[in-house]
Design a protein around this ligand. Structure first.
Ligand SMILES: C=CC1=C(C)c2cc3[nH]c(cc4nc(cc5[nH]c(cc1n2)c(C)c5CCC(=O)O)C(CCC(=O)O)=C4C)c(C)c3C=C
Ligand SMILES: [Fe+2]
Ligand SMILES: [Fe+2]
Length: 355
């Protein structure tokens, strides 16, 4: 009998070996992965790297919805001109370890790792950061999580308001990246979080403490990144998310609607973009004798080119040129501890009972 048993064992080994499977061991994948995704930014502030980033960003059909055959040759020149223009802008805001968007996103990752690692769950959570354009890519960060043994992955695009051009683009990229994975992890997406308690509470407490410390300006401008009106007409709910965000902030602060202005910054190319433009609002207020404004940009969880250059520098200059006296930018959440506490609770709530 022993001889037969040994022969069977030998045969089994032989068969596995021939199939190249002798080292097949069932991997225990039972970690929950959290993939934070932000827009991305150039690697460095020289025009070559900026152009590379712009080419990737603006050739995404979810961002610019023109026929490829027409758009790509145009983009070749647009990116050349724009990258030269942006070189100086990026240089002004660049930090020791990179662009602000990259530095703050990495600090957010670290802060969340520290908070979620401390759980009694024994490190059953693994975090990673991916950028929709540039580095680290969504593909490599997702791979890290999957290879690291995550069988459930929560995707958290760092955009409070949903847009087809940003959030949906992340979702599509994630599905594209895992299309060839044999043992797919379960995937959950956070579509938006502007209406979550932690987000509204953080922003309003930030504004209140800013006012307590420095006094309150005559107007509060709530400025969002712009979007082509065409995108809204096709069904993108971004505009309504922005208006909702502003109303929630206003209600939580308990201030009258007349004290705030909602506006949209940064338009690109031709065509109609969401109005009123922040630039127009800033000039109108100054012209009408408003001497002080505070401005907050609740669409950005990290400071970046848009907030530091366009808002803090550009719109301030315009306000002062048109007769305004005080223009103060209230910074993005960045790596604030209370913000990270709120985010980590939000993540915990979204993964509990997921088994
Ligand atoms: C058609 C073009 C663009 C759409 C649509 C768009 C939507 C959109 N973008 C953000 C967030 C950010 N955009 C940033 C920079 C940026 N955006 C565009 C164009 C569109 N954005 C360009 C060409 C650029 C580069 C800078 C410039 O040329 O002005 C950034 C900052 C990146 C950084 O490195 O700091 C962010 C953040 C959102 C949320 C959004 C839709 C709602
Ligand atoms: Fe943008
Ligand atoms: Fe801009």
């Amino acid at each position: 009998m022993a001889i037969i048993d040994n022969f069977k064992k030998y045969l089994k080994f032989k068969v596995n070996d021939e199939l190249g499977n002798s080292d097949l061991v069932k991997k225990e994948n039972k970690l929950t992965g959290i993939l934070l995704v932000n827009l991305g930014t150039p690697d460095y502030f020289d025009s070559k790297d900026i152009r590379k980033y712009l080419m990737e960003f603006l050739s995404d059909p979810k961002v610019i919805n023109l026929p490829r055959l027409i758009w790509i040759p145009i983009l070749y020149f647009v990116s050349l001109l724009r990258s030269r223009k942006l070189e100086q802008s990026y240089a002004k805001i660049w930090m020791r370890d990179g662009s602000p968007l990259s530095v703050y996103s990495k600090r957010q990752l670290l802060g969340l790792e520290n908070r979620l690692d401390n759980e009694e769950s024994n490190n059953s959570v693994k975090l990673s950061l991916g950028m929709r354009y540039g580095k680290p890519s969504i593909k490599e960060s997702l791979n890290d999580l999957i290879r690291g043994g995550c069988n459930k992955i929560l995707i958290l695009p760092l955009y409070p308001q949903y847009s087809y051009t940003t959030t949906a683009s992340v979702m599509c990229e994630v599905y594209h990246c895992i299309r060839n994975v044999r043992d797919l992890p379960e995937i959950r997406f956070i579509k938006r979080f502007y209406n979550e308690n932690f987000y509204i509470k953080f922003l309003t407490e930030k504004i209140s403490s800013f006012w307590k410390e420095k006094g309150r300006s005559e107007k509060l401008i709530i400025s969002f990144h712009g979007l082509p009106v065409n995108s809204i007409n096709k069904g993108d709910p971004y505009y309504y998310d922005c208006i909702d965000t502003a109303n929630l902030i206003c209600n939580e602060l308990n201030i009258p609607k007349e004290d705030i202005e909602i506006s949209f910054q940064s338009h690109f190319g031709f065509g109609k973009w969401l109005k009123p433009y922040t630039s127009h609002v800033v000039k109108r207020l100054a012209r009408n004798g408003v001497s002080s404004v505070d401005i907050i940009c609740p669409g950005f969880v990290s400071d970046c080119l848009e907030t530091l250059e366009d808002v803090q520098e550009g719109y301030k200059k315009e306000f002062l040129e048109f007769g305004g006296k005080i223009f103060r930018y209230i910074s993005a959440p960045n790596d604030n501890n209370l913000w990270l506490d709120g985010m980590s609770d939000f993540i915990k709530n979204n993964i509990k009972n997921w088994n």
